[in-house]
Design a binder for this molecule. Structure first.
Ligand code: C5P
Length: 252
């Protein structure tokens, strides 16, 4: 795999990814304009990608953000190869695939991304793997025919993704320390389920503060509603970045 342009950030602003889970382009861009210069990244998931159309990636790049496109690709290698090439062309800097797609699919994602980056003359985006959805527990996995515990399954899938040339994982803050130990210092460990101290937890059941997630070894934190639903998204992002900064200094 060629070197990716996305590395474990030294600066707090580059560690914060704000999830723009809004179905309307204009509303998402209004939040993004408020965040401009205050966080390095925004995340486009299926709500915004499908609601606004793929061009939203280019528009967010034009505002100066790096863009994480979180579509969790999971299909036969041929289809995933094609989708990765399209995401590179659209300007994604980071995107997700399901590790449970298996080695051939993961290798197709990694090689297609590198090839497309070369073809379009852009730095190679990073590819990260979803292991076991955090909504699944041991009982749910057993019901699906898996004999390993969720923790064992997460570790096996993360190692498979690493061996296939994928750059890291998305995982809960509770799994971050284990993933960092397994994957090493260069891996991307991206954690949603982050809530600033004192914030509402909403439908996230196991949450950590930004400081806890960074201390556990997360490279990037995904925060959505605590920023997008704040009276001032920019001010909410500033407060999280300040908390990350203190945690990064504590880790050095
Ligand atoms: O609004 P909130 O901060 O809960 O948003 C979290 C983001 O992270 C959402 O975009 C969601 O899709 C994503 N995510 C998650 N839990 C996972 C994987 C992804 O909340 N296990």
């Amino acid at each position: 795999m060629t070197d990716t342009a996305v590395t474990v950030p030294a600066r707090a602003r580059d560690a914060l990814i704000v999830a723009l889970d809004l179905p309307e382009r204009d509303a998402a861009l209004a939040v993004a304009r408020d965040l401009k210069g205050r966080c390095g990244w925004v995340k486009v998931g299926m709500t915004l990608y499908d609601g606004a159309g793929p061009d939203i990636v280019r528009e967010l790049r034009a505002l100066g953000f790096k863009v994480f496109v979180d579509l969790k690709l999971h299909d036969i290698p041929h289809q995933v190869r094609g989708a990765c090439g399209v995401l590179v062309r659209q300007g994604a800097n980071l995107f997700t695939v399901h590790a449970s797609g298996g080695r051939a699919m993961l290798e197709a994602a990694a090689s297609a991304t590198a090839a497309a980056a070369e073809r379009f003359g852009v730095p190679r985006p990073a590819v990260i793997a979803v292991t076991v959805l955090t909504s699944l527990d041991d009982a749910a996995l057993a019901e699906m025919g898996f004999s390993q515990s969720a923790g064992e399954h997460v570790a096996a899938l993360a190692a498979l993704a690493r061996d296939a040339g994928v750059d890291g994982v998305v995982c809960s803050p509770a799994e971050a320390a284990g993933m960092r130990a397994l994957l090493g210092p260069e891996a991307l460990v991206v954690t949603p389920g982050v809530r600033p101290s004192g914030a509402e937890t909403g439908d996230q059941s196991r949450v950590a503060t930004p400081a806890e997630a960074i201390a556990a070894g997360a490279s990037h934190l995904v925060v959505g509603r605590p920023v997008t639903e704040a009276p001032s998204p920019g001010a909410a992002a500033d407060a999280i970045v300040a908390e990350i900064e203190t945690a990064i200094q504590g880790r050095e």
